[in-house]
Write a protein that binds this ligand. Sequence first.
Ligand SMILES: Nc1ncnc2c1ncn2[C@@H]1O[C@H](COP(=O)(O)OP(=O)(O)OP(=O)(O)O)[C@@H](O)[C@H]1O
Ligand SMILES: [Mg+2]
Length: 243
Amino acid sequence: MSILEARHISKAFGGIQALDTCSISVEQGEIMGLIGPNGSGKTTLFNVITGYEPADKGEVHFNGTSITSARPDHVFSLGLGRTFQLTRIFSRLTVLENMHVAAQRRGSRALLSRWSSRHEQKRALELLDFVGITQHKNELAGSLSYGQKKLLEFAFILIAEPKMILLDEPAGGINPTLLNHLSERICELNKRGVTFLLVEHNMEFVMGLCDRITVLHRGAKIAEGAPEDVRKDPLVLEAYLGG
Ligand SMILES: Nc1ncnc2c1ncn2[C@@H]1O[C@H](COP(=O)(O)OP(=O)(O)OP(=O)(O)O)[C@@H](O)[C@H]1O
Ligand SMILES: [Mg+2]
């Protein structure tokens, strides 16, 4: 059963056809990779799915509900979380304060200055530990390395306990040790039932982690299947080598 389905999505920016009748279907419980050369439309597809960019054409369904043209906060409240290629955390707040904001975004009515419950604060600390950045909890988020910011953003969305998570280049800037840690965390969440769609240029990471991979080129899907099949697909090789 598919949890996320985007059908025939087209999106142009002026003369640039970022997405051209592009479809993708992600099964409940899988880890799907989304790869393709720079500018092939991966982030635009994430933006359309999560309501950050309106599509020119096409439909999106999540967990049995149409989210075509839905607003980002509505998509998020249905259980579809995402991270950004360039992280969107609050640089002038500490790591823990960022988690506080995340908890409030989830819908608690606490005053900004207070955690609504001990439980929520405990959970925030657990999640920082889960992604591996506890030791930075009192540092300003803006002072973190690029990789650590990505991990904070991951923890930030986990507080809402999403059913599905879209990750845009989660491995970018993350050192090899943290990268292994991240891989394990994604697997662990997946075992607990969270579905993933992830964009990533680190092929080793993608191939090792994903059940299936979809390949975009110039806004269209050119291949889809098991990692071992996709990596030797002539169309895929040509897209990467030919630019
Ligand atoms: N807001 C925008 N305004 C104009 N052009 C855009 C905009 N967003 C994306 N594009 C263009 O659409 C195309 C697809 O971009 P997109 O960011 O989706 O690619 P991508 O596959 O995520 O690339 P990368 O791997 O470099 O992140 C590119 O040609 C890009 O320049
Ligand atoms: Mg991108």
